[in-house]
Design a protein around this ligand. Structure first.
Ligand SMILES: Cc1cc2nc3c(=O)[nH]c(=O)nc-3n(C[C@H](O)[C@H](O)[C@H](O)COP(=O)(O)OP(=O)(O)OC[C@H]3O[C@@H](n4cnc5c(N)ncnc54)[C@H](O)[C@@H]3O)c2cc1C
Ligand SMILES: NC(=O)c1ccc[n+]([C@@H]2O[C@H](COP(=O)([O-])OP(=O)(O)OC[C@H]3O[C@@H](n4cnc5c(N)ncnc54)[C@H](O)[C@@H]3O)[C@@H](O)[C@H]2O)c1
Length: 446
């Protein structure tokens, strides 16, 4: 314990960028505090991944039922929105308490309130000064809000994940993860959905031929896409809303989701005063030890200005690295593995490693594509929108993979060890997967 300070390490924010590392750090005997302004657990459990996947479960199930309807008797099931939302609450609302309990059991002081740096070793919470040898800023991101007339009439992802009744007409502005995942859920649950794209591209980081397949399917299901939409403003008209877009077009709607991105929580933290450098749009600058421009202040998770995808597993990897650093288990720089990423549309699009688009432009790689709708295992549940692209280097090692299908998440997760550890043919042959399964199916192709 650093004798001059209240704590060895104080974390600002209690999301995955903190608690997955803070708990084992406290286990090493360090004195640890975590300051949280809103909800313990942060975005992912409360208004991100966990909340979203809870609402998505019946979507995936009804899609599977639809695919195998010829083998079933009876009606196609529909989604009961209110019951689905109430189920989401029953499994999500306990998480902050459970995470707080784990932190307290590990001996962490959990401090509720908004934290602000007053000097390099001091954080003020509700007028009280807490000092620490090291401080970790893990304050995450917050929804971007369009700067247009009527922006206050639009809602954000957090509001969507708490909707008690599904509006009849929903307009979604944006074409990223949140826009496409929530368009999928709302459409499957029966809403009339319009997606206002900024350009003519959605899910930009993903392999576009696969994205197109998802868009075509959503269109077939009634989702309306407006490309190059130029959304200019929102208005209240009687009991409804109007979205003003294009040159002078108007769309009537009942509920608007502003899904135009997420921006770093860097304001009001005292960063300028203490000398922590950051970029308004991309977050806090860190070196390869996640150290900011102030020696004893580190950053972790979504708030970092980094090329890594801003995802829960990345945040966990970063805070776990800091635990190793602070407890003396490593002095090495952080070394990111290939990070798997997925758009939870239906079908899913998953990828990891070298992107197919990049590999197609580079002679050092070979891309092998497969139409999975012709694969017997994908035919079992009629997974007809199903394609995979694998990227190999000159030595024949798998270095990247992308898949669109209902089973894409399992496929890409299965391939991650082969990508990360560059298994030889002999090593690949030593793995015997359970058969029949997605894992054994994809493993046989590498
Ligand atoms: C709708 C949605 C769906 C998502 N789905 C997925 C998914 O399927 N898979 C995936 O991997 N990722 C997903 N993500 C991303 C994932 O949620 C984030 O990458 C992850 O939560 C980042 O963790 P973090 O700890 O860095 O930030 P956060 O979880 O955002 O935690 C930051 C915390 O800091 C607190 N805070 C901020 N300022 C202060 C302050 N001054 N004092 C005290 N506390 C403060 C905030 O209240 C917050 O609790 C999703 C995100 C959203 C919004
Ligand atoms: N499945 C997952 O892992 C998952 C799911 C949801 C969110 N997330 C994380 O949360 C982050 C934020 O998600 P997001 O969807 O808000 O952001 P995003 O960066 O993925 O997408 C933002 C979208 O808004 C569009 N946009 C920007 N300005 C616009 C304008 N003026 N008019 C219309 N469109 C505009 C962009 O073109 C883009 O399509 C993601 O980058 C990801 O890190 C991950």
């Amino acid at each position: 314990m650093a004798t001059n300070y209240d704590y060895d390490v104080l974390y600002l924010g209690a999301g995955h960028g903190t608690f997955d590392g803070a708990i084992p750090l406290a286990g090493t005997g360090k004195k640890v505090a975590v300051v949280e302004a809103e909800a313990i657990g942060g975005t992912c459990p409360n208004w991100g991944c966990n909340a979203k996947i809870a609402l998505d479960a019946p979507v995936a199930l009804t899609r599977e039922q639809e695919r195998i309807k010829d083998q079933l008797n009876g009606e196609q099931s529909t989604i009961n929105w209110t019951a689905n939302m109430s189920r989401k609450h029953s499994i999500i609302d306990v998480l902050p308490g459970a995470i707080e309990g784990m932190m307290k059991d590990a001996g962490i002081d959990v401090i509720k309130g908004y934290g602000k740096l007053t000097d390099a070793h001091t954080v003020e919470v509700d007028g009280e000064q807490k000092t620490a040898d090291k401080i970790v800023i893990a304050t995450g991101l917050t929804p971007h809000k369009l700067n247009i007339p009527g922006t206050e009439l639009a809602h954000n992802s957090k509001d969507f994940l708490a909707l008690t009744h599904l509006p009849k007409r929903i307009t979604i502005v944006g074409g990223g993860y949140i826009a496409m995942e929530f368009a999928t859920i709302a459409n499957a649950a029966g809403a009339e959905v319009t997606v206002m794209l900024h350009s003519d591209v959605a899910l930009r980081p993903f392999y576009q031929p696969f994205v197109k397949k998802v868009l075509v399917d959503l269109q077939r299901r009634g989702v309306h896409f407006v490309k190059n939409s130029n959304v200019r403003g929102f208005k209240k008209v009687d009991d409804a809303l109007a979205v003003e877009y294009g040159e002078d077009d108007t769309l009537a709607t009942d509920w608007i989701l502003d899904a135009t991105g997420r921006v770093p929580n860097v304001h009001g933290l005292g960063l300028e005063e203490v000398g922590v450098k950051f970029d308004e749009r991309h977050g806090i600058d860190v070196n390869d030890h996640l150290q900011t421009s102030v020696e004893n202040i580190y950053a972790s998770g979504d708030v970092i200005n980094s090329k890594q995808p801003k995802l829960t597993p990345t945040a966990i990897f970063e805070t776990t690295y800091l635990t190793s650093l602070f407890s003396g288990q490593t002095t090495d720089p952080i070394d990111f593995p290939a990070v798997g990423t997925n758009a939870f549309t239906s079908p899913r699009i998953s990828e990891a490693g070298v992107s197919v688009a990049e590999a197609e432009k580079d002679d050092n790689y070979k891309v092998v594509k497969a139409d999975l709708s012709a694969d017997w295992y994908y035919q079992v549940d009629n997974d007809s929108i199903a394609e995979r692209a694998l990227v190999f280097d000159k030595e024949g090692h798998l270095v990247g993979a992308s898949e669109v299908s209902s089973h894409a998440v399992e496929s890409i997760n299965t391939l991650l060890p082969a990508i990360e550890f560059k298994y030889t043919k002999e090593q690949l042959g030593r793995i015997i997967q359970i058969f029949p399964s997605v894992a054994s199916d994809v493993w046989a192709t590498i």
